[in-house]
Structures are given as C-alpha cells and as structure tokens.
Design a protein around this ligand. Sequence first.
Ligand SMILES: [Zn+2]
Length: 203
Amino acid sequence: MIYWNTPRFIIKWFSHLEWHYSRKEKTIYLTFDDGPTPGITQQVLDLLDKYNAKATFFCLGRNVDRHRDIFHEIIARGHSTGNHTYSHLKGWKSSVKAYAHDVNLASKYIPSKLFRPPYGRIRHVQTRYLSKEFRIIMWDVLSHDYNRKISQKICLKSVLKSTKNGSVVVFHDSEKASKNMLFVLPRLLEHFSKKGFTFSRIE
Ligand SMILES: [Zn+2]
C-alpha cells in the first residue's frame, strides 16, 4: 500500500508537529530533502525561478559540508533551509543522545530552526527533545520520487491529485529521486500556477 497523503491518524498522533498549513490559502509549500546535490539542486533552483516559486530545502549536514557553494546559492535565491541531520539517521534505530549529536553536528553547517526527520521516522521522545530548539516540519504529500518502481506518469498524476491548499509536498534533490522529481516538478509548477496558486517557503 502506497500512501501519497499522510494518514490522518498519524497527523493526530503527532499533532505537535507541522503537517500542512492553512487550507484556506491557495499556497503550496514545496520541500526538497537530502541535498544539496551537484547538478540536481541547481536544476531545481532554475525551475523554481521560472515560476517565481519559493521552497524549503531540508539539507544533510554532510552534503552541505561538501557543497557549501550550492547551499549558499539556495539561500541567495530566496529559499529557506532546514536541518535533516548530518548523516541521514533513522530515528527509530537511534538513541536520543546519538540522534541529538547528529542533529547538532548538522546545525554547524545549517543555521535553521526547522527540522525534518529522515524517513519521517522519529520517536516521541526525540520530538520532545528537538521541539525545544526546532519546529519539526513533516508533510501531507509524499511524492515517492525516490521509488524506482513508480513511473514518472503515475508519480505526477498522484502528486497532482493529492496536493491541495496549504499542502507540504516532499521531493528529494538527490541522484536517486532525480528521474521522477525532475519530471514531476515542472509539470506541478505549471499546473498549480495556472490555477492561481503560489509557492512559498516555510519561514
Ligand atoms: Zn531524507
């Protein structure tokens, strides 16, 4: 079973995290995880510029460490950034201490008060600890762009169908996801721009 929208019981269970924004505004919040990635992040930035769209990039500390120039370009072009840990840790498999250490390490490279857990997998005890310092940003639409069993067309169709006012949509500016992401992103921008939507970053 593939969920494109986050199930309601999960949103209720973790109601102290941020899953989407006002359903009254025609605004969509695009987010890109796991970058910056040379060659791919720049293509995303160019597509966003073309539609005057702003977005939020949840970067890995280790990638910012390697590609600081791209990270600075993300900020210079008006987007927000968030912490996605240093080494893409799985919350379910890490102690609070080890998880906090990895997040703090990423903070040295990513000056942001936004945090997104890798895989969306985080334990209550970790959210309590991180909430002291961060706003934890989840999503209501997962693009599954990284899933190679999902075709570009199905990915596009499902993301368009699942996205609505106030949605937070997850993409990945990574090698693995680039085939589907770079197919879906320009079409999504075109589709929703025509319908009068704007694309904002999470402040
Ligand atoms: Zn990730």
